[in-house]
Design a protein around this ligand. Structure first.
Ligand code: TYM
Length: 333
């Protein structure tokens, strides 16, 4: 089976709806066709200015529970913690040596984050974030990388690095492609539907968390910003709030945009929001319940992660060996 790779940072207790729709919903449906690796990218999380050493381990375990609860099946796919496989950091170093300083400086996510994090938070690690991400993907010879569309530029960099390495040192890497959901590749903040839903939002009111109580989720959706009109119509230009809710609704239910518009024709925003809230809660409530249940047995989760890290290590070590050989490093005798 062709390989698939993706990951999410353990940077808060709960995933938000953007992560869920942009990444996890895709993953679940692709597990049968691909040999999938899903990582909890804790080394990436260290680059966040606000990261907290007191909560990182719990966030990693919590993310594993949410992967499983959302339908990642350990019999089919490998889910593991990035730092448990040292080859990630080792390959990132080699890739650093073929990454242009200017090329890395052009990453828009780096520019956005460095503006938010300020001079002190703008570390070499933050700058290097996309190179470590490229290492994640290339270590596993992934053909496909299901992510939200904010990751497009990082995937492009990964492809460039793979091609550059292959041209200089021989065919070592598989050149990967991104996979982006048709609906929900970018979910926006419910209170500010022109900025993407993100953990760094100024207020929590526009974010739906997978582990929120259903009553909280309903309240947030009912209070979502819309516009002064009354028509449920897909139009980012004049109706970003309504369109964002339509995007969420169609991504979760699988209904087409046209069918959803027809469903709510002649109805008010109140009815529409109630339907969106019902759909989101019907999707997330079982995930939340299952994740909390899994978290009641942390030892079992840790055991599973150790087992999966061993499997991931085998693949990663073999790739790293190919890389070291290609660049001419003396093998340890
Ligand atoms: P992270 O944790 O920032 O985001 C995890 C995933 O969630 C998607 N996402 C969204 N999708 C739709 N709408 C949104 N508002 C939204 N916000 C976030 C992201 O696109 C991503 O798919 N750099 C990666 C983590 C990573 C990775 C990798 C991914 C590290 N190594 C290797 C794939 C392969 C990231 O964005 O994490």
């Amino acid at each position: 089976k062709p390989r698939l790779y993706s990951g999410i940072q353990p940077s808060s207790d709960s995933l938000h709806l953007g992560n869920y729709v942009g990444a996890l919903l895709q993953w679940r449906g692709m597990q049968d066709e691909y040999d999938a690796f899903f990582s909890i990218v804790d080394l990436h999380a260290l680059t966040n200015a606000a990261f907290d050493p007191a909560t990182l381990a719990a966030a990693s375990r919590g993310l594993a529970a949410q992967y499983l609860a959302a339908g990642v099946e350990p019999g089919k796919s490998t889910l593991y913690v990035q730092s448990h496989v040292p080859a990630h950091a080792q390959l990132a170093w080699v890739l650093n040596t073929i990454t242009g300083f200017g090329e890395a400086s052009r990453m828009t996510q780096f520019k956005d984050k460095s503006q938010r994090f300020g001079a002190e938070g703008t570390t070499v690690g933050l700058f290097d974030y996309p190179v470590l991400m490229a290492a994640d993907i290339l270590l596993f010879d992934a053909e496909v990388v299901p992510v939200g569309d904010d990751q497009k530029q990082h995937i492009e960099l990964t492809r460039n690095l793979a091609e550059r390495f292959n041209a200089r040192f021989g065919e070592v890497f598989t050149v990967p492609s991104g996979s982006y959901p048709e609906e929900g590749a970018r979910i926006y903040d419910l209170q500010d539907p022109t900025s993407k839903m993100s953990k760094s939002a100024a207020t929590d009111a526009g974010l739906i968390w997978v582990l929120d109580e259903p009553s909280v989720t309903r309240k947030k959706i009912m209070r979502a910003v819309t516009d002064t009109g009354a028509e449920v119509r897909y139009d980012w230009g004049t109706k970003p709030g309504v369109t964002n809710l339509l995007e969420i609704y169609t991504a979760i239910t699988g209904v087409s945009v046209a069918a959803a518009e027809a469903e709510f024709a002649g109805k008010g925003y109140g009815d529409f929001k109630r339907a969106v809230a019902d759909a989101v809660i019907a999707e997330l409530e079982p995930v939340r319940a299952r994740a909390l249940e899994l978290l009641s047995d942390p030892a079992e989760l840790d055991r599973l992660l150790a087992l999966n890290a061993a499997r991931a290590s085998e693949v990663a070590e073999a790739t790293l060996k190919r890389v070291y050989d290609a660049v001419g490093i003396l093998p340890r005798g």
